[in-house]
Design a protein around this ligand. Structure first.
Ligand code: BGC
Length: 748
C-alpha cells in the first residue's frame, strides 16, 4: 500500500514540477517581452506591426528597405527569395537596429516549396493526416533553407462552391475532415519545436468565412449565421490553434456586414477569449485598407483605427498603421496599451521561434531540396489523393502490353500539373505522365491534340483520331491549366474548357476504351462527356511526381486511394452543393421528383408533389462526398450497436463487417455519419463523425468499430450554447456519404 502511495505522490510531484516549469517558462517569456517592450520607442513598436513585401522577382535589395530595417520599422518580410538578401536584412536587423529585434521571413508555402505535393483540395482527398503532415514537414525543411520561417498556410476555408477558384486551396466542405487535416498540417510545418531551424510557423487562414463568398465569386460578401460560423467555419481553425498554430490571417471578405480585418467580435472575443489564441493576427494583402472600398472605413486612417481596435496585430503590405498609428494615439482614438498589446503578441512568437538566439537561416548542407525521400512522399501523396470516379468494365488497371495513345493538353505540361501557389517548384524537376511512360518504356504514342486547356483550335483532331484507331486504349489527360483556379480565378461554368469536350466526343466514336484523367483545381462538370468515357480519374493538380503516380495507378502497381472531400456537382447551377445540408420541410426524394419533361403542357399551377429539387437536374450530385473507387470491391454488412441507448457515461460501440469481395487486395476508407433527428435548432441530414482506413486481402473480412460519445453529438445553437438535447439519432457506416447502411440510437 505504502509503495502505491509513494508512487502516486511521485506522479503528483512530477506533474506539479512540470506545471511549475511551464509557468516559469511562460513567466520568463512574458518577462523577456516586457523588458524588451520597455526599451522600445513608439516608432519601433509601430515598426513591429509592419509586414513589408517585395516582389519575388526583385533583382536588387533596395536601400530604402535596408534603411527601414535598420531603423526598426519592419517586423517581418514577405517574398524575399534571394538567400543573400535574407542574410543581409537579418544581419541589419540583429546588429544595427535599435533593439536588435530579428525579422521573420514569410512566404506562401502552400503545398510544397520546391517539391510540390498535390493541391490542398487533392491532399484533402487523401483523408490521411500522415500524408498531410509529411507534406508540410517536407515543405518546411525545404523552405527554411531559404530563410523562410513563416508560411501562410494551412488554408482552412470550408468551401462548398466549386466555382470559387480558391476551392483548390481548401480542405473541402466538411469541418470534421478539415479539422483533422488542420492539425496535421500545423504539426508538419511547425515540427517538434518552434525554435528548430526547420520549423515554419503556421498561419491558419483566412479568418473567416472566405469560402462562403456568395456565388463562388472571389472576395465576395459572405452571410453566415452564428450557428454556421461556430459549427462549420470555426472548427478547423480551433483545431489548428489547439495544435499550436502561431498566427492567423484575416480574410478579405466581410461577414454579415463587417470585414474580417475590422471585426472586433471575431478577433478579440472569439479568437482571443473563446479560442485562447495567444499568437498574432496578420491581415491579408492590403485587407486593412480595403475596408475603405468595403464601405467600413472612410479612409485609411479610420481603417487602421478599426483594425487595431479589433485586434489585428500585423498589417500585410498596406501602410495604414505606419502612416496613422501615431496620430491616432495623439487623438486618443487608440491607446498605447492597445499598441503594446499588438507588439507583445508578435514578440511572443519571435521569442518562441528562438529568433533572438538563432536569427539566421538554416545553412545545414544536408538539407536536400528534391531529395529522393521528398519525391517519394510527394508521389505517395499523389496516389493517395487520386480519386477514381468511374471504371467501367474494369478498363483499369491496364496491362503493360496495351498500346496506349496519350492525348490531351495536360499530358505533358510540367508547370500546369503543379497547380496554384507554386512559385518555387521548378518545372525541370516535374515528372509528367508522358515522361513517366517514356521512362518506363511503356507501349505508347503521344499527341497533344490541344495545346492548352482553353485551346479551341481543332487542327490536330484528324491526326489524333487516326492515331487513336491504331491504339488499344485512349488516355485523355485534360482539365484546367493551373491559372484557371486559385485566387481571383473563379469560373461560372466549370466544365472542361476549350475544345476538350469536343475532342473527347470524337474519340468516343472510335469505339476504343477512353480513359479520362482530369488535372484541375476543382470538380469539373461531366454531363456532356461522362457517358463517352469508360474511366474517370481525378488527380487534381498532382504536383511534382504526378506523372509517376499516374503511371503506377494506370498499370495497377498502386490503386488510387482518394475519396472526394467535396460533393461533385452535375452542373454549376446546383452550387453551392454539400452533403451535410439541412432537410427543408419538403425534402427531395426519388419518389417525388418531378422532371421538367414530365410536366404536361398547360399544367395547372401547383407546387403539390414537388419537393426541394431542380426540375432539370434533380437533387442528387454527380458523385457524393466521400466517394471514390479502388481496384476491388467491398461489401458492408452486419452494422451493430453495442447498445441503442447512449448516456453521459455509456458510450456506443458501432461495428460493421467489411469484406473484400474482389480478386485483388485493396484499401477501403470506412466512413461514419450521424444525424441528430431533431434539435434545438434544425440539424444537418448527416455529418461525418469518423473514418478509418483498412487493408483487406481478396475475400478477407474485417470488423471495424467506432466509439460514439455524447461529445461527438454536440453543436452550437443560435444562443451559442454548446450541447446536445436528448432524443433520436441515425447512424450510417459506409463507403461514402450516400451509404444506406443505417441504424438508430437514442441519447437518454
Ligand atoms: C492571399 C493570401 C496570401 C497573401 C500573400 C493574398 O492575396 O489571399 O492567401 O497569403 O496574398 O501572398
Amino acid at each position: 500500500m505504502r509503495t502505491i502511495y509513494a508512487f502516486l505522490l511521485g506522479i503528483i510531484m512530477v506533474f506539479a514540477i512540470g506545471c511549475e516549469k511551464e509557468k516559469k517558462v511562460s513567466n520568463q517569456l512574458e518577462y523577456n517581452i516586457e523588458e524588451l517592450l520597455s526599451k522600445m520607442t513608439l516608432e519601433e513598436k509601430i515598426g513591429q506591426l509592419n509586414l513589408r513585401g517585395t516582389s519575388s522577382r526583385a533583382k536588387t535589395l533596395s536601400e530604402e528597405l535596408k534603411q527601414k530595417v535598420r531603423e526598426g520599422k519592419v517586423g517581418a518580410l514577405l517574398n524575399v527569395m534571394n538567400k543573400e538578401y535574407v542574410d543581409e536584412l537579418q544581419r541589419i536587423a540583429v546588429e544595427e537596429s535599435p533593439n536588435k529585434i530579428p525579422l521573420i521571413f514569410s512566404r506562401d508555402v502552400i503545398h510544397g516549396f520546391k517539391t510540390i505535393f498535390p493541391i490542398p483540395l487533392g491532399m484533402a482527398a487523401s483523408w490521411d493526416e500522415e500524408v498531410a503532415k509529411n507534406s508540410s514537414r517536407v515543405a518546411a525543411i525545404e523552405a527554411s533553407s531559404f530563410g523562410i520561417r513563416w508560411t501562410f498556410a494551412p488554408m482552412l476555408d470550408i468551401a462548398k462552391d466549386a466555382r470559387w477558384g480558391r476551392i483548390a486551396e481548401s480542405p473541402g466542405e466538411d469541418p470534421y475532415l478539415a479539422s483533422q487535416l488542420a492539425r496535421a498540417y500545423v504539426e508538419g510545418f511547425q515540427g517538434d519545436s518552434l525554435s528548430d531551424p526547420t520549423s515554419l510557423i503556421a498561419c491558419a487562414k483566412h479568418f473567416i468565412g472566405y469560402g462562403a463568398a456568395i456565388g463562388g465569386r472571389d472576395y465576395n460578401t459572405a452571410i453566415i449565421s452564428k450557428e454556421q460560423l461556430h459549427n462549420t467555419y470555426l472548427p478547423p481553425f480551433e483545431s489548428a490553434f489547439k495544435a499550436g498554430a502561431q498566427t492567423v490571417m484575416t480574410s478579405f471578405n466581410e461577414v454579415n456586414g463587417i470585414p474580417a480585418s475590422g471585426d472586433k467580435e471575431l478577433l478579440t472575443n472569439i479568437l482571443r477569449k473563446r479560442l485562447k489564441f495567444d499568437g498574432f493576427v496578420v491581415s491579408d494583402w492590403n485587407s486593412v485598407t480595403e475596408m475603405v472600398a468595403h464601405g467600413y472605413a472612410e479612409d485609411e486612417k479610420q481603417a487602421a483605427e478599426k483594425a487595431i481596435d479589433a485586434g489585428l496585430n500585423m498589417e500585410m503590405t498596406s501602410k495604414s498603421y505606419e502612416d496613422n498609428a501615431k496620430e491616432l494615439l495623439k487623438e486618443n482614438k487608440l491607446s498605447i496599451n492597445q499598441i503594446d498589446n499588438m507588439v507583445r503578441d508578435i514578440l511572443r512568437v519571435k521569442f518562441r521561434m528562438g529568433l533572438f538566439k538563432t536569427p539566421y537561416r538554416n545553412k545545414n548542407k544536408d538539407v536536400e531540396i528534391y531529395s529522393s525521400k521528398h519525391l517519394e512522399l510527394a508521389k505517395e501523396a499523389a496516389i493517395k489523393s487520386s480519386v477514381l470516379l468511374k471504371n467501367e468494365n474494369n478498363v483499369l488497371p491496364l496491362n503493360k502490353k496495351t498500346k496506349v495513345l496519350i492525348v490531351g493538353p495536360l499530358a505533358n505540361k510540367p508547370r500546369e500539373q503543379l497547380g496554384t501557389w507554386t512559385f518555387d517548384g521548378d518545372k525541370e524537376h516535374t515528372v509528367t505522365p508522358v515522361a513517366s511512360f517514356e521512362k518506363n518504356n511503356a507501349n505508347f504514342e503521344f499527341i497533344e491534340g490541344l495545346t492548352y486547356s482553353r485551346d479551341t483550335n481543332k487542327k490536330y483532331f484528324k491526326e489524333v483520331l487516326t492515331k487513336a484507331s491504331n491504339a488499344d486504349v485512349v488516355l485523355f489527360i485534360g482539365g484546367e491549366e493551373a491559372i484557371l483556379s486559385g485566387e481571383a480565378h473563379s469560373r461560372a461554368n466549370i466544365n472542361l474548357p476549350g475544345a476538350q469536350e469536343e475532342l473527347i466526343k470524337e474519340l468516343a466514336k472510335i469505339k476504343k476504351p477512353v480513359i479520362l484523367i482530369i488535372m484541375a483545381g476543382r470538380p469539373i462538370t461531366l454531363q456532356n462527356i461522362k457517358s463517352k468515357v469508360d474511366v474517370i480519374l481525378m488527380t487534381w493538380h498532382p504536383g511534382t511526381m504526378g506523372g509517376d503516380a499516374i503511371y503506377d495507378i494506370l498499370f495497377g502497381i498502386k490503386e488510387p486511394k482518394g475519396r472526394l472531400p467535396i460533393t461533385w456537382p452535375k452542373v454549376a447551377g446546383q452550387l453551392p452543393l454539400y452533403y451535410n445540408h439541412k432537410n427543408t420541410g419538403r425534402p427531395a426524394s426519388s419518389k417525388e421528383y418531378v422532371h421538367i419533361d414530365s410536366i404536361p403542357i398547360g399544367a395547372w399551377q401547383s407546387s403539390l408533389g414537388n419537393t426541394s429539387h431542380y426540375l432539370d437536374v434533380g437533387y442528387e450530385p454527380e458523385y457524393p462526398f466521400g466517394f471514390g473507387l479502388g481496384y476491388t470491391s467491398f461489401e458492408y454488412s452486419n452494422l451493430k450497436l453495442s447498445t441503442t441507448s447512449l448516456t453521459d457515461d455509456n458510450n456506443i460501440i458501432a461495428s460493421i463487417d467489411i469484406t473484400n469481395t474482389g480478386e485483388r487486395a485493396g484499401e477501403e476508407l470506412v466512413q461514419l455519419y450521424i444525424q441528430d433527428v431533431a434539435g434545438n435548432i434544425t440539424r444537418p441530414v448527416k455529418e461525418l463523425k469518423g473514418y478509418k482506413r483498412i487493408s483487406l486481402k481478396s475475400k478477407e473480412k474485417q470488423k471495424v468499430t467506432f466509439e460514439i460519445t455524447v461529445d461527438d453529438l454536440k453543436y452550437y445553437n443560435n444562443e451559442l450554447k454548446y450541447g446536445v438535447e436528448k432524443g433520436k439519432f441515425n447512424i450510417w457506416i459506409g463507403a461514402n456519404s450516400a451509404s444506406k447502411v443505417k441504424e438508430k440510437f437514442v441519447y437518454e
